[in-house]
Ligand binder design. Sequence first.
Ligand code: HEC
Length: 317
Amino acid sequence: MRAWLLRCAVALCLWPVAGYADELLIPDLKWVSLAEPALGPLLFEPPEPNNPYTRGTDLQRQFEVGRIAFRSPGILGGLAAREGMSCNSCHRSGGTNPDFFVSGLSDNPGTFDTTNPLFSTHTDDGVHNPVVIPKLFGIKHTAPYPSDGRFETLEAMVDHVILKEFDGFAPPPLIAEALMTYLEALEVRPPGMPIQKSAQQDLEEASRHLNTVSWVLSVGDVETIAFLVNASRRHLEVIHNRFDGLEAPQSVLLSWSLSLKKVRLLAEQERFAEAEEALQETQQMILAQGPSVSAQEGNSLYDPERLRAYVFPPTTP
Ligand code: HEC
């Protein structure tokens, strides 16, 4: 009975928010509290820790791979992966997310019931017991984990999160190792104001992804390449959706995504040199066409006023 009720409550939240938006183009909208002041996570990024490692070292590259894994729904399984949720949805840039809210699984914004029957087929305890989403800064120094200290090591904790709490599969070994490198490097939130999200910033993020793909191509690990290419394509899809109704930028974004698909297909046939060429082609496309995409930002859902009108459409009398 409880599971059924919960399913209804969460379905209401994860599907189009009745009375607000027609469709949900923006995954983060599914777990944001719509109480005022709303939409923070859709408009701003918290300041993010820099990669602390020297350029060109393995640790520096692992941090980059781990950072992408942390931000990619592909690291989780089940409902979370399908709905576009990632570690970063809750632990934003390694911090907490005071605006996180899923009806039926949160009580106050910023809380989540990790022992629920919807995101997990393993951890349901039959009780509505949301807890505050913790920040992960300095996490490597604070064993055991989580608040009740069930797990002696960070690795065991992260395995539990991926495999049990979010019904995922064991990630490729290089991804798992890189995620640990990333988490262990999260020391403090850098000072500074939240940064307003922009198309430009999201395109720079896409280029950062592709530089990382290039490194993994040189290692020749097919599973990891496929994971990162899928993560990059998903990121492009999120950008694409913010240009809802604007044909020109959307077709450009789609062409980049298809170009990336070629990279994955070539890598899967172990044609790494050709895959690298295809990747460089995609990088060139982003460089050449990125400005024309950014130029449309004012007409897109990156624009705070347009976003607000999309989420809370003005009611016609
Ligand atoms: C839907 C929200 C959500 C998502 C997604 C999520 N977490 Fe968490 N995480 C939590 C909550 C809530 C806790 C606190 C659990 C507790 O104390 O029982 C937690 C606890 C943790 C802890 C232990 C923190 C401590 O101080 O002991 C780690 C480490 C962690 N999460 C890492 C991750 C990683 C890595 C991912 C992605 C693979 C992830 N989390 C995805 C909500 C989330």
